[in-house]
Design a binder for this molecule. Structure first.
Ligand SMILES: Cc1cc2nc3c(=O)[nH]c(=O)nc-3n(C[C@H](O)[C@H](O)[C@H](O)COP(=O)(O)OP(=O)(O)OC[C@H]3O[C@@H](n4cnc5c(N)ncnc54)[C@H](O)[C@@H]3O)c2cc1C
Length: 291
């Protein structure tokens, strides 16, 4: 069994991480505890960061909001600040697992877990969030778009821990929508999840941003532009064209690769169609359909 440590300050925690041999941060413990019980956690020491002040707070900033790594997924779902400034993020956190997991799992632990099926990165990718990483060497800020580097591998370097996630205010968007398909049960990990955010681009264009979960060995991001006057069918087609070459699902108990790819493209269509509809004149869509 690993030894638990309870630092009172960030400096203390960073020193423990730097000095330990197989030392890991303990967030909510929902992933770590399963590994401990299965006897497959090879950490000698766990640093429980729960005593460090300020790591469990959500704050407004001039650009949007800043959340500490120990904020729970449930807080992200229910916080009035998150709902106001980043409603897409609140919606996505609401879809993770079940209330028991969401009440315990943390924002930092979720990202550091590095699983390709995680839901929250889909929203953080399209919202262009940044993750703050701290160590004895200092602090750095990294776009979430650069955080997931390979299968179960993040940009966290030895001795580093997540100390905040910065989410810019959700742009005055045309629309935003999240779709999650699970094949075993409603609360299960996704078979495919897609967050879409459509924002005003330059020169009468719209920028369509897509975050894809469970559809490759890392969470995926892509974006493209369409004319503001496009009909929804053209936007859906462009979205599928952009997503399709990136999708390379890992077959498992939730479905084979071809099934997941098909489902992923259905999720892309649903997310984009609903986002586009949110901000567009329904009459134009009806006229197009009558053609
Ligand atoms: C039954 C079940 C269903 C689930 N379904 C979903 C789902 O549908 N969608 C989804 O997205 N997720 C799902 N999850 C995963 C869940 O979101 C993760 O278990 C959880 O987010 C991990 O957070 P935690 O705080 O409990 O992390 P912990 O278990 O504490 O830690 C996980 C990893 O992150 C590291 N870590 C923790 N905090 C930090 C930090 N601040 N800095 C650096 N490293 C850190 C730990 O060292 C460890 O490697 C599910 C989990 C369970 C148990």
């Amino acid at each position: 069994m690993p030894a638990y440590h309870y630092p009172d300050t960030l400096d203390e925690a960073c020193a423990m991480l730097a000095d330990g041999e197989d030392t890991m941060v303990y967030g909510g413990g929902t992933a770590v505890q399963i590994l401990v019980k299965q006897g497959v956690l090879f950490a000698s020491d766990l640093i429980d960061i729960g005593r460090i002040r300020g790591l469990d707070e959500i704050r407004r900033t001039s650009a949007g909001l800043r959340t500490g790594p120990l904020v729970t997924l449930r807080q992200m779902e229910t916080s009035p600040v998150v709902r106001e400034l980043a409603p897409l993020a609140a919606e996505v956190y609401r879809h993770v697992a079940n209330p028991r997991v969401r009440n315990t799992a943390s924002v930092g632990g979720n990202l550091a877990h590095g699983d390709y099926r995680l839901d929250p990165p889909t929203a953080l990718l399209v919202l262009d969030a940044k993750v703050e990483l701290s160590s004895r060497r200092g602090r750095r800020s990294l776009p979430v778009r650069e955080f997931f580097v390979d299968f179960q591998k993040t940009a966290l370097e030895p001795g580093e821990m997540i100390t905040a996630v910065e989410i810019p205010r959700q742009p005055a968007s045309v629309g935003a929508h999240f779709v999650k398909y699970s094949s075993l049960s409603a609360n299960d990990w996704p078979c495919a999840s897609v967050a879409a955010l459509i924002v005003d681009g330059s020169r009468n264009r719209r920028q369509v941003r897509l975050g894809l979960g469970a559809l490759s060995h890392v969470p995926l991001f892509t974006q493209f532009d369409v004319p503001a006057g496009s009909v929804v069918e053209d936007v859906v087609r462009a979205a599928k064209d952009a997503a399709e070459p990136l999708i390379d699902p890992i077959p498992d108990v939730r479905g084979g690769s071809a099934y997941k790819k098909r489902l992923g493209l259905v999720a892309v269509e649903e997310a984009v169609r609903n986002s586009w509809k949110e901000g567009h004149d329904e009459r134009r869509i009806l006229l197009w359909r009558r053609r």
